[in-house]
Design a binder for this molecule. Structure first.
Ligand code: SF4
Length: 630
């Protein structure tokens, strides 16, 4: 447990919710009013940027005004590059966040060669710069977050460990060891990245290293940086944060959306409060051996069955239409298939599902050539001669069935119905895809256990992950399914996704959620990715409006990653592996990047989006919108 003002973190305390202000820290009234809005939305800590000493000083005014108005919320100063601002802020607020990548180092994007001696000399230099802050924190009872960001690792760390989860962990441990030497333990740790896969691996590795080095089990602050806005931001955040919460890791969360900070709070709240009644879920058999690699991505090998599994097949998306009265060409519109009457042709979107589960309903028209239909076994018997029609069996039904498809048979099972005998039968049948479902309240962990069971039996059947949801809102569906299913894809588990959520959201939204989960886990790319920062007191332009403008011009550029960052101090580092970058470099000025390289400096804001498009065109990544329709 770490005391932070009146709101302790860690131990058996609830998962705390926090966010960060976006107004200029020198605007005392604006900062106070935004903080109050955040408190009223449910924030338990509020972080405020202190880019220099003058902002650090103004934290005293903000705090004074908040206390005067009766708000005792702990404040956190966010520090990059400026130890003197940190040392001042640590005397004023309850917690200071430092970034070990830039507390004592300037980023020059250089690859430097270090011997052990020069590396250790660097650590001594860090110690000298860092000790004053530790001593002030001890004296004033101030907590500290050592907050590593994947995008802003120091050149020293990059040269030795590379741009990796291990580098992120080492970056924090360098600072943490100094704190422990000084017997200073009021520490929270974070390992953020805009890539949920990297972020999940880094936190897990951090916990592993803390245990291995006999360091204390410090509380963890979870977050996905630059997650973006809208559904994309929510799903990316849930894949990263949710996966770790499912693993039992995380003591506070911040969801970083390119939206007002108050909008982040309900998302964080929904993710955290989901665990309030999780205690006492149905037991999951213990592992004798854990065959999944938690610190690096390895896709589980699955044999190829039609377009499932194999080396090259992307995960498939199955839509549930079993509850519809009738399937018509018009109803396929929501699933990405648009029928053009004059052309007598189907246009297929990048987010068109691959299969539709119809249950006992029947499609009586010519379906698009890329689509498959899945029927309950008795209904399939009458449809079996039609192209691309496949049966789904319950586990028991499959064992007894005399009639099966020659190409593809879906078999539905969970941890209870997948006995050794059934598993062996499935293993021998090269036409089976397992539809894995669960009723366990901790369903992700149970499904992960089933994957381990398959691996123990060397059963390489492709797996379609099924999850059923009811009586939740559309937004909860996004967050929960991204956690439950995304958490498995992050570990390389799963060959398809099947979300059943009748009544929770429109068909179109459910289908897009499935594709967005695959996009966030980087297992199937169907659209442009935006890595946009949440904005803060440093931001130099209207991030929300600019992100919307860039999105409206580029959303058809499938597979391209565009970074949209509010300031040049942290932006270039934080936009990580973006292909193109749009970064505020001064009032009314934007600097454009191709990868990590500056290609146009100080472009006036009014022309910057056009110049970005021009840049994308110059590098051969531009497509006219019309050409995307197939
Ligand atoms: S990149 Fe965005 S959130 Fe990060 S410091 Fe700059 S303006 Fe603030």
């Amino acid at each position: 447990m770490v005391p932070i003002g009146d709101v302790p973190m860690g131990g058996s305390y609830p998962i705390r919710i926090q966010s960060m202000t976006t107004v200029d820290t020198m605007d005392t009234r604006g900062s106070v009013e935004q903080t109050i809005r955040m408190i009223e939305a449910g924030c338990e800590y509020v972080r405020i940027t202190a880019p220099s000493v003058k902002e650090a000083q103004n934290l005293a005014e903000i705090k004074k005004e908040l206390r005067k108005r009766g708000y005792n919320i702990p404040l956190v100063a966010d520090i990059h590059f400026t130890p003197n601002a940190a040392e001042l802020a640590a005397r004023i607020v309850e917690k200071v966040r430092i970034n070990p990548g830039n507390y004592a180092d300037k980023k020059r994007f250089e690859t430097l060669e270090y011997t052990d001696a020069t590396y250790n000399a660097e650590l001594d230099r860090i110690r000298d710069k860092f000790l004053p802050l530790i001593r002030i924190c001890k004296e004033y009872g101030t907590a500290m977050r050592i907050g590593t960001n994947h995008g802003s690792l120091s050149d020293r760390i990059m040269s030795r460990y590379g741009d990796s989860p291990l580098g992120m962990v080492e970056s924090a441990l360098e600072f943490l060891r100094i704190c422990e030497d000084e017997q200073y333990y009021n520490i929270v740790l974070s390992m953020k990245s805009s890539n949920p896969q990297v972020m999940v691996q880094a936190y897990r590795l951090l916990v592993n290293r803390l245990q291995a080095e006999n360091l204390k089990p410090y509380p963890l602050h979870l977050g996905v940086t630059e997650a973006g806005d809208g559904e994309d931001g929510r799903i990316k955040s849930s894949v990263g944060i949710g996966t770790l919460l499912e693993d039992g890791l995380g003591d506070t969360i911040r969801v970083s959306l390119t939206e007002e900070p108050e909008a982040e709070v309900p998302v964080a709240y929904a993710l955290a409060r989901r665990y309030d009644d999780r205690v006492g879920h149905a037991p999951i058999p213990p592992y004798t051996h854990y065959p999944i690699t938690p610190f690096e991505y390895n896709r589980r090998h699955a044999r190829q069955v039609l377009n499932f599994g194999g080396e090259h097949h992307i995960p498939r998306v199955v839509a549930d239409f079993s509850h519809k009265d009738k399937l018509t060409p018009a109803s396929l519109f929501a699933l990405g298939y648009h029928y053009s009457v004059p052309l007598d042709k189907w246009n297929i979107a990048d987010t068109a599902c691959d299969y539709i589960y119809l249950g006992d309903k029947v499609a009586d028209f010519e379906i698009p050539g890329t689509l498959g239909l899945i029927y309950d076994y008795p209904t399939w018997l009458a449809q079996r001669t039609r192209d691309r029609s496949y049966p789904v069996f319950e586990a028991d039904q499959y064992i007894k069935a005399l009639d099966r498809s020659q190409q593809l048979n879906f078999v539905r099972a969970d941890i209870h119905t997948l006995s050794d005998v059934r598993l062996e039968t499935i293993k021998q049948d090269p036409t089976v895809v397992l539809v894995m479902n669960t009723n366990n309240a901790h369903g992700m962990a149970e499904q992960r256990r089933v994957f381990a069971m398959l691996m123990e039996h060397a059963c390489d059947v492709p797996v379609l992950i099924e999850r059923d949801y009811e009586r939740i809102s559309g937004e909860q569906l996004q967050l929960f399914s991204a956690t439950d299913i995304g958490g498995l894809f992050v570990d390389g588990l799963g060959d398809g996704i099947f979300i059943r959520a009748q009544g929770c959201a429109p068909d179109k939204q459910i289908n897009e959620t499935a594709f967005n989960i695959l996009q966030a886990t980087r297992t199937r790319i169907s659209k442009t990715e935006y890595i946009s920062c949440p904005s803060c007191g440093r931001t130099l332009f209207d991030l929300q409006e600019t992100t919307a403008r860039i999105r409206s011009r580029t959303s058809h550029l499938k597979g391209i990653k565009i970074g949209i960052m509010g300031c040049i101090v942290n932006g270039p580092g934080e936009m990580a592996d973006a292909d193109y970058g749009y970064v505020g470099s001064g009032p009314g000025r934007i600097t454009l990047y191709k990868g990590k390289e500056v290609v146009r400096r100080n472009v006036p804001t009014a022309k910057a989006v056009d110049e970005l498009i021009e840049l994308i065109r110059e590098h051969g990544d531009w497509l006219e919108q019309e050409s995307m329709v197939s």
